[in-house]
Design a protein around this ligand. Sequence first.
Ligand SMILES: [Zn+2]
Length: 220
Amino acid sequence: MGWVRLAGVRTAWTTIEDGDFFCPGCGGDRNYERRVGHRRLTVLGLPLLTRGEVAPVVVCSSCDRHHGPEALDQPTTTRLASMLRDAVHTVALAVLSAGGARSRTARLAAVGSMRAAGFTACDEEQLLTLLVALSADRAASGADLADLADEPELRRVLEPLSVHLAPAGREALLLQGARIALADGPYEAEELAALSALGRALRIPVADVDRLLAAAPERS
Ligand SMILES: [Zn+2]
């Protein structure tokens, strides 16, 4: 029965897409190829019969490991860093729009947060210009600057990021907001409301939000 050894099933892969992903195999931002495969019965190396499709795979170009399509759900570290930077921006503007913008020390604390997050060119003047522009833009559509601290608005911006953050990462964002609010003295009612909305948008349990806000240091 020598022919049995000369026959086999081979998978022919076709690349249908490529891009960047975070490889869970070698742990970093890598290139990937998404491939679909067809199995063929081969005899003496010649493909004869199609034996159906195999599940698509995501192949890392660095380690060659095959992953399921869900490997593409995880953002790359570059994308995650950029989402985190935008989140700090959102948090700072939310707290400032909830009353903190009136105070220079709060504005400077926000500038400090934004610079630390990677907006290295951020300064008080730029922040004020942005707040004035946002305020005018909101007024034109009949809305208010304080809407920036509304929970649905915060949720829209922060949710895509917070699903990928560990609790400590989400708490750190809330604390950034708390420090800006505390820069000019104890929390005002609007600031507390904004920070509570922020905590809910970041899916931090209410008891933890209260504990974190109570323990936040007045000066960073
Ligand atoms: Zn890899």
